[in-house]
Design a protein around this ligand. Sequence first.
Ligand code: NAD
Length: 333
Amino acid sequence: MKKKQKKAVITGAAGFIGFHLAQKLLERGWSVAGIDSLTDYYDPRIKQKRLAILKKYPKFRFYKLNIAKYAPFEKVLRKEKPDDIIHLAAQAGVRYSLTDPWAYIESNMLGTLNVFEAAKRLKLPRVLYASSSSVYGLNTKSPMSEDDRTDTQISVYAATKKANESLAHSYNALYGIETVGLRFFTVYGTWGRPDLALFKFVKKILSGEPIDVYGHGKMKRSFTHVSDIVAGIAAILDQAPRGRNTLYNLGGAEAVPLLAFIKNIEKEVGKKAKQRLLPMQAGDVRETIADWSKAHKELGFVPRTTMEEGIAEFVAWFRSEEKFLRSLKEPKQ
Ligand SMILES: NC(=O)c1ccc[n+]([C@@H]2O[C@H](COP(=O)([O-])OP(=O)(O)OC[C@H]3O[C@@H](n4cnc5c(N)ncnc54)[C@H](O)[C@@H]3O)[C@@H](O)[C@H]2O)c1
């Protein structure tokens, strides 16, 4: 018997992770409907470029809409009738949540409520949604595990992600929708966000400009290559929904100090960085190190891309698109 073609709706499909996930599912023969409002937190021209790549796949469709408005969003879901919904749309960025907290409440709280509510009304069996390592907040235990308490968020961004996890619990308890929260740890890769460190560092080191190094370079991160994140999500989609409410840490294999990360970029670019060592920024957490043993045990998740490989790939990509990438507007702060 011919296998039924799988259909996914991805919110935030023009975003960094959504783009890579859509591409992976399309390569695997899925039909994908992408939703995104193309916000201008960072220059939407890079979102258009990602969409142009996705639109080359005949089984990709795109809907430009704001998920914080319920009716048009439900209409798209009724039309698409997806097997799975992967909810990645959000106002991202820790620091900007101190400047414009309202953007986070609209996209992350109202938007996520709408996703769960639509799943309930349309009787969708499962919602995968993006959470974040930032929910661990002031926890000092390292590495961070899904069993740890998470009640000390220190930014509005992190608080909205924690609220999403609570909503997921409620929708699961009330209506039996399977809810799977994905706590991503510092994701990087090609077509990455211009507001994130790797993008800013490569851009400035290449042109000899100084870079701002917060926490005096002592922050540690589980940098995670986007292909590993996407492989983790695909492994969840390969399993049939079974009505649970659960969370997975998806994070890189190594705990990397920021200065080591910068050293690696310098090596790849072939230039020394001019560093401005600065204190920690408000809202930022000193260490986010992933314990990903649960994802390993239940999904076979293993972060495969080393930092050296990932940075080399990113620098090569940046160079190949340099003129365009330098023409992008500075992200909001
Ligand atoms: N990149 C990381 O390191 C990281 C780490 C932890 C969690 N996350 C989470 O993963 C998800 C994807 O992140 P990303 O790095 O791809 O960010 P991104 O900003 O590149 O992608 C998010 C997309 O959502 C869209 N969007 C925002 N508000 C919307 C709305 N109301 N309606 C429709 N679309 C809307 C934006 O236009 C954007 O294209 C987000 O939920 C983010 O919070 C990312």
